[in-house]
Write a protein that binds this ligand. Structure first.
Ligand code: CMP
Length: 217
């Protein structure tokens, strides 16, 4: 896929004409990042914004003792690194590439000019930030009010909605996230996630296979 094709399919830029997209293309550069590489750390200065062409990026907070809380796992078409660009502060979280990932990079001044020139892009970024606040509020209230089993069921149902594929027994969530990554998304440990999945399997709620997790009706 060319950069121009990608930009025209990205919701942020979907209202722009081919001419306008070509101008955006001119201010982007491409970066291929291998799996597991740290892209940036919380509290570093940030002067670029990233768009994921293909791959997966984990956004997390890491405590002084090294414990980690995953805030989000971002995928194709997602934008990140916009917060420090917009408020001029430091990176609000750490970003790590989880699998080989292709990124588009736009520098701060260029990105701010684009937002001034095309205010609808600014509105779309507000929508992205609003969705992230909603997701974060949901994670926060779930962590306070729900058990690990309830949180695991909620997460699996969300993944069913987002990427589930119908199979004869039910709906399959293909193995794209490890138990550790699933655990991070609901704020529990890998051991507890594995225990909970085993428990749900015994209760006839799901079946884990080599290809992924099948959720029954
Ligand atoms: P920035 O603060 O520049 O660097 C870290 C990035 O992680 C941030 O911009 C956002 O793009 C992203 N980010 C921070 N917090 C969240 C969150 N709660 N959900 C999704 N993405 C986030």
């Amino acid at each position: 896929m060319t950069t121009l094709d990608f930009l025209s399919e990205t919701s942020l830029f979907s209202n722009l004409s081919q001419e306008q997209l070509k101008k955006i293309e001119m201010i982007t550069s491409t970066k291929e990042v291998p799996a597991d590489k740290m892209l940036f750390f919380e509290n570093e200065p940030g002067d670029v914004v990233y768009l994921i062409v293909s791959g997966r990026v984990k956004i997390s907070k890491i405590s002084a003792s090294g414990r980690e809380k995953t805030l989000a796992i971002l995928e194709d078409g997602d934008i990140f690194g916009e917060i420090s660009l917009l408020d001029g502060g430091l990176r609000s979280a750490t970003a790590q590439v989880l699998k080989n990932t292709k990124l588009l990079i736009i520098h701060r001044q260029d990105f701010l000019k684009v937002i001034h020139k095309y205010p609808e892009i600014g509105s779309k970024i507000i929508a992205v930030l609003s969705q992230r606040l909603r997701d974060t509020n949901r994670q926060l209230s779930n962590a306070h009010f729900k058990t690990v089993t309830e949180r695991t069921k909620d997460l699996l149902l969300k993944l069913v909605d987002e990427e589930g594929k119908e199979v004869t027994e039910g709906i399959m969530i293909e193995k794209s996230l490890t138990h550790e990554e699933l655990a991070g998304l609901i704020g529990t440990s890998r051991e507890s996630m594995t225990r909970t999945l085993n428990k749900l399997q015994k209760q006839g709620w799901l079946r884990t296979t080599n290809k992924g997790i099948i959720i029954f009706d």
